[in-house]
Design a protein around this ligand. Structure first.
Ligand code: MG
Length: 233
């Protein structure tokens, strides 16, 4: 990659640096046991979590497209998961919505190589976050997992009213960091939001994923491990 002009590296947070999946599973296992879901739903945790992750992913897509609100996303992911196992309990879904937000952001598992790669990059580049996550929890995640000191700007899209992949949040990021288009690269695990959003804004983009995705855009690159960023910068 021709990175000679790059000065600002923008990271997505969830599942790019902060191991959302692992942290979320720990929090959900706690709730699963505390509320005797094995009995109510007649299922093991592994089967429950598989359904939950599918439901949650679908609802996040709708949220990113502004088709459901944050409030709906927060409880519906649990309500719909319960319903899948014929357990109709709207009240408990609301309890989980509150409890999950209280537990999961304090978990500290990071994606493999996150600390090493940030230590490697921090003196050479200005590092920032652009996240679509909820503002109530993103700062807690950054602080408790000790990621916060690496970043000059933490841009929570919700606070500006535009979620990735909306080009406007990339423009806002550019203004906030006083950077130019050719100085910016976005790194993220979500192709539709992080990568297509950045490319549409004419930024460079590095897609973190095991699943190969072809894109002819000269500004597009893919890595399967975060630590491989060291080969680019
Ligand atoms: Mg992500």
């Amino acid at each position: 990659m021709n990175n000679s002009t790059i000065k600002h590296i923008f990271f997505d947070l969830d599942n790019t640096l902060w191991d959302f999946e692992k942290n979320s599973r720990e929090a959900l296992l706690h709730l699963f046991n505390e509320h005797h879901i094995k009995t109510h739903c007649k299922t093991e945790f592994e089967d429950f979590i598989e359904i939950y992750e599918t439901v949650n992913h679908e609802l996040w897509n709708l949220y990113n497209l502004h088709q459901i609100t944050k409030g709906e996303l927060r409880y519906q992911r649990f309500y719909k998961s319960f319903l899948h196992f014929n357990y109709n309990n709207l009240q408990l879904a609301h309890v989980w919505a509150d409890q999950y937000i209280k537990i999961s952001p304090y978990k500290t598992h990071l994606i493999d190589g996150a600390m090493d790669v940030l230590l490697y990059l921090k003196d050479k580049y200005q590092l920032h976050i652009i996240t679509n996550g909820f503002k109530e929890v993103q700062y807690t995640k950054l602080n408790y997992s000790k990621l916060a000191p690496f970043f000059e700007h933490v841009i929570i899209s919700e606070e500006y009213g535009y979620n990735k992949p909306d080009i406007k949040i990339f423009d806002i990021a550019k203004v906030l960091t006083s950077s130019k288009i050719n100085e910016c690269v976005m790194i993220g695990d979500n192709y539709d939001t992080d990568i297509l959003g950045a490319l549409n804004a004419n930024w460079k983009a590095i897609y973190l994923s095991n699943q190969h995705k072809t894109n002819e855009d000269k500004n597009y690159f893919q890595i399967d491990k975060l630590i491989k960023l060291r080969d680019y910068f």
